[in-house]
Design a protein around this ligand. Structure first.
Ligand code: FES
Ligand code: FES
Length: 147
């Protein structure tokens, strides 16, 4: 049975209709709203590729039904800053962190969430549990040490 509801993503309301009410938030963000920066990795809340900020907390989007996010403030990588000027994005660029880049929106969302929670510098690193198949961990550490 189809369901229609409104999500607030990056400060804008989006009313969507899903054919399957169990459709996870990730696919609503990517396929219905068209924001493709958030990635699918494991589908099991293990890798962090699909993370967005939900009320400022890094949250996986690959499992829970999108409708359960009604009333929350959702921020995707596209909403982190209008022009890649979030301090974490600048640190990523300065330290040339990404390799293939696939995991990096999740890495940045986790970093932004840690900063919102009051962490600074190297203390951010333990807050990031995201997997990077390319092994960019040393450069992530290098980047977060500047924040
Ligand atoms: S795809 Fe959601 S945590 Fe891996
Ligand atoms: S940069 Fe390739 S998976 Fe992390």
């Amino acid at each position: 049975m189809a369901a229609t509801f409104t999500l607030n993503v990056n400060g804008q309301n989006h009313t969507v209709t899903v054919n399957n009410p169990a459709m996870p938030l990730l696919w609503v963000i990517r396929d219905l709203i068209g924001l493709t920066g958030t990635k699918y990795g494991c589908g099991q809340n293990r890798c962090g590729a699909c993370y967005v900020l939900v009320d400022n907390v890094p949250t996986n989007t690959c499992l829970e039904a999108a409708e359960s996010f009604v009333g929350k403030n959702i921020v995707t990588i596209e909403g982190l800053s209008p022009n890649s000027s979030h301090p974490a994005q600048l640190a990523w660029i300065a330290n040339q962190v990404p390799q293939c880049g696939y995991c990096q929106s999740g890495q940045l969302i986790s970093t932004a969430g840690a900063m919102l929670a009051g962490y600074h510098g190297a203390a951010i690193a333990p807050q990031i549990q995201n997997v990077c198949i390319c092994g960019t961990y040393p450069r992530i550490l290098q980047a977060v040490e500047t924040l």
